[in-house]
Design a protein. Structure first.
Length: 152
């Protein structure tokens, strides 16, 4: 693996599907409850707002790319802001981002990496699945995190 390695991040279809399925299962679980209909509708409305919020976060990510360094440093490419409609791709700010600190809470699992990063005093949590980066880049990120990364 040649370093520095640049990994662009995309929206994960698997994560979006999981979010929708879990929210729909929660709605189905509310329906048979022995509660009044206004209370059930309020709970379902809350779940729909939650689904909209998390889908919005998925389609407007803050972190759109990673650059892994040979000395264990990680550079982050960030978006310029929320703007645009839900389906529009985010615009990258030129020179945006910077070096981030990888926190020890970062989890590397066989099919999921949850990056906990600290950048400019702001905590960023970035879920990375194989379909977010491509299988080869996902493996390279996992290996880099296990063997090269400097934890802060």
């Amino acid at each position: 693996m040649k370093l520095p390695l640049t990994i662009p991040l995309r929206v994960s279809r698997h994560l979006v599907i999981a979010l929708v399925v879990v929210h729909l299962l929660a709605i189905v679980a509310i329906l048979p409850l022995m509660l009044t209909w206004p209370l059930r509708l309020a709970m379902i409305g809350t779940l729909l707002v939650s689904l909209g919020y998390f889908l919005g976060r998925q389609y407007r990510p803050v972190v759109i790319g990673l650059q892994l360094g040979a000395e264990g440093e990680i550079e982050i490419a960030t978006t310029s802001g929320a703007g645009g409609r839900l389906g529009d791709p985010p615009e990258a700010k030129v020179g945006a981002g910077g070096t981030a600190t990888i926190l020890p809470q970062t989890a590397v699992l066989p099919n999921l990496v949850v990056l906990h990063l600290l950048m400019h005093g702001r905590l960023l949590t970035v879920p990375v699945l194989p379909d977010t980066t491509g299988m080869t880049a996902f493996r390279q990120l996992s290996i880099w995190l296990k063997w090269r990364a400097r934890l802060g």
